[in-house]
Design a protein around this ligand. Structure first.
Ligand code: NAI
Length: 468
């Protein structure tokens, strides 16, 4: 027999967008159901952001120990033997973190009085879905529906997932480390994971279709990452496309000059982007318009169908967890009667490579392309004491601030350097608060911290940097 539930708010998808929307709706006293077909936490907590950061952390530790064993480090630490790694144990540790976060999300939903229904939702009309739960089908009818189904990895037709061809999901749960890994796509995931595997001793080759790595960032930001990759022995083929696998499992590649060659691979990690999950749950039964491959929404995340909302990866770039959760919180508040719009001054993007990259707002060339007259201040990591104590000066690195020339209003901040991801909050705050260079210059930054590099970048833009 089908159980039937009626609710005010139905959220589909338990990733950061969906669970934040549900918790906020619950906090606001709205009768709320969240449907999730896999584990609470979604791609971010279970098979994306968090597990990849865990793996990157392990890889960094391992790399440091290898350097000590090979007498390559300069810290005075010596190891008598090379460290070994039991990757299955690493994966178990990582799984422990995701399990903790998964149950944490469950507890938060419970505290907010959100009912969780486990199973895949299939819509039969805009406001009604049936969920195949372990206990049988449950039909849910809602006044408001929040679509938060997220995204999935893009598959290459000549290299479909399966066997040794894997996506980031499988890469984060391997039982043993492969000897060799071919990464297809030098974007966020490919370079974050490729770098981590290289640090763990895997021979890594990266194939990128375009003529540069990390196409999202400008050359100056990508250069230190490129330098580290080449220093770490990662081979990069630019303007290279994969043709498929040969009989031995090696990747057949068409190179820059049209020449064909093969690269041996124990595993092939395909990271050529993600696509919104707009299929397999009945979108065709709803009067919801698409905008290209994404669900079309306005600046309140309303779809073309009344009281059907969509958030996160489903509605467009950037496909980032923090954008999804901000939209989720906003939609819950709008449903509760608050006046909200999604108009952030900027959304920070962070790439956890070696070194890390942060970018928010406009780069100098983007500002110039918009005809904005700018002043730019750039401060090098090697002149920051804290960066030196963290060995953060090795790959160069800098913090750059972009401000309007007329009124010094900060319109963009970019940085590359080790641990620089932790400055992204201050960058976002400066942009969102409408700070001018003088605000930043007049703020006392603690010494010794990396944040002083941000302070000095503003002083530099004002023409009176102290430490360069
Ligand atoms: P991406 O869009 O960052 O990079 C894909 C790369 O693959 C591009 O450089 C592209 O030129 C290349 N490419 C595309 N087709 C190709 C082909 N046939 N052969 C060779 N190269 C090809 O996508 P990625 O790395 O898969 O990440 C997906 C999304 O996940 C990102 O856009 C981001 O939103 C999110 N993400 C965010 C992270 C973060 O915030 N730190 C980390 C990882 C992912």
């Amino acid at each position: 027999m089908t159980e039937t539930l009626k609710t005010h708010v139905l959220v589909v998808g338990g990733g950061p967008g969906g669970y934040v929307a549900a918790i906020r709706a619950g906090q606001l006293g709205l009768d709320t159901i969240l449907v999730e077909g896999d584990k609470l936490g979604g791609t971010c907590l279970i098979r994306g952001c968090i597990p990849s950061k865990a793996l990157i952390h392990v890889a960094e530790k391992f790399e440091g120990m290898v350097a000590a064993a090979e007498e390559k480090g300069a810290l005075g630490i010596h190891l008598a033997a090379r460290p070994s790694i039991d990757f299955a144990e690493t994966v178990r540790w990582k799984d422990g973190i995701t399990a903790k976060l998964n149950s944490g999300v469950g507890a938060l939903l419970k505290k907010a009085k959100v009912k969780v229904v486990a199973g895949w939702a299939n819509f039969t009309d805009g406001k009604t879905c049936t969920v195949a739960t372990a206990e049988g089908p449950v039909t849910i009818n809602a006044d408001h529906v929040i679509l938060a189904q997220g995204s999935e990895p893009v598959e290459l037709p000549m290299l479909p997932f399966g066997g040794n061809v894997i996506s980031s999901t499988e890469a984060l749960s391997l039982e043993t480390l492969p000897d060799s890994l071919v990464v297809i796509g030098a974007g966020y995931i490919g370079l974050e994971l490729g770098s981590a595997f290289a640090k763990l001793g895997v021979s890594v080759t990266v194939l990128e279709a375009r003529d540069r790595i990390l196409p999202l960032y400008d050359d100056a930001l990508a250069a230190p990452v490129k330098q580290w990759l080449s220093h770490a022995g990662v081979t990069i083929h630019l303007e290279a496309s994969a043709l498929g696998l040969d009989a031995t499992g090696a990747v057949r590649v068409k190179g820059k000059d049209g020449n064909e060659f093969t690269v041996p691979a124990d595993k092939v990690l395909v990271t050529v982007g993600r696509k919104p999950r707009t299929q397999g749950w009945g979108i065709e039964t709803m009067a919801v318009d698409l905008d290209g491959r994404f669900v079309k929404v306005d600046d309140q995340c309303r779809t073309s169908m009344r009281d059907v909302w969509a958030i996160g990866d489903l509605v467009g770039e950037p496909m980032l967890a923090h954008k999804a959760s901000a939209q989720g919180e906003m939609v819950a508040e709008i449903i509760a009667g608050h006046r909200r719009h999604f108009q952030p001054a900027g959304i920070p993007a962070v790439c956890f490579t070696q070194p890390e990259i942060v970018s928010i707002g406009l780069s100098p060339s983007e500002a110039e392309a918009q005809g904005v007259e700018i002043v730019v201040g750039q401060f090098p990591y090697m002149a920051n004491g804290r960066a030196l104590t963290l060995e953060g000066d090795k790959e160069g690195g800098f913090v750059r601030v972009v401000a309007r020339k007329s009124d010094h209003r900060i319109i963009g901040i970019q940085a590359v350097g080790s641990h620089v991801s932790e400055l992204s909050g201050e960058f976002a705050l400066a942009l969102e608060m409408g700070a001018v260079l003088e605000d930043l210059a007049g703020t006392i930054h603690a010494h010794p911290t990396l944040s002083e590099a941000f302070h000095e970048s503003a002083l530099k833009a004002l023409g009176h940097a102290i430490h360069i």
